[in-house]
Design a protein. Structure first.
Length: 107
């Protein structure tokens, strides 16, 4: 493997460490990032030289760090997991939680 990776751009928007990103091969211009700032950001990639991506929406609801996030295949929903011991199902178009899963008793 002689391929080398090259930095294309940096997305700036979270106030805490980014803990996870989610992508979807059906929507190559969309990234969802999770952070220790307890938020998710939905990004639209622009591939412009000075601005590689634009934050489209910010999602709030977890009361502790978000440690994981995945996107649905259709790009309409995301599922996030947090140190607050919950999972949240997000409707990305509506910008809100549609379901909250609570049953874990430890981190």
């Amino acid at each position: 493997m002689n391929e080398s990776l090259q930095l294309r751009g940096t997305l700036v928007g979270h106030s805490g460490w980014v803990t996870q990103i989610a992508t979807n091969r059906n929507f190559p211009d969309m990234i969802l990032s999770a952070s220790r700032d307890k938020s998710l950001i939905l990004w639209k990639l622009t591939r412009e030289e000075n601005n590689y991506g634009i934050p489209q929406k910010r999602f709030h609801g977890h009361s502790h760090f978000i440690s994981d996030v995945v996107l649905s295949l259709d790009g309409h929903f995301a599922l996030s997991g947090s140190w607050d011991k919950t999972l949240r199902l997000w409707d990305l178009a509506a910008g809100r939680t549609t379901r909250r899963f609570e049953d874990h008793t430890k981190d």
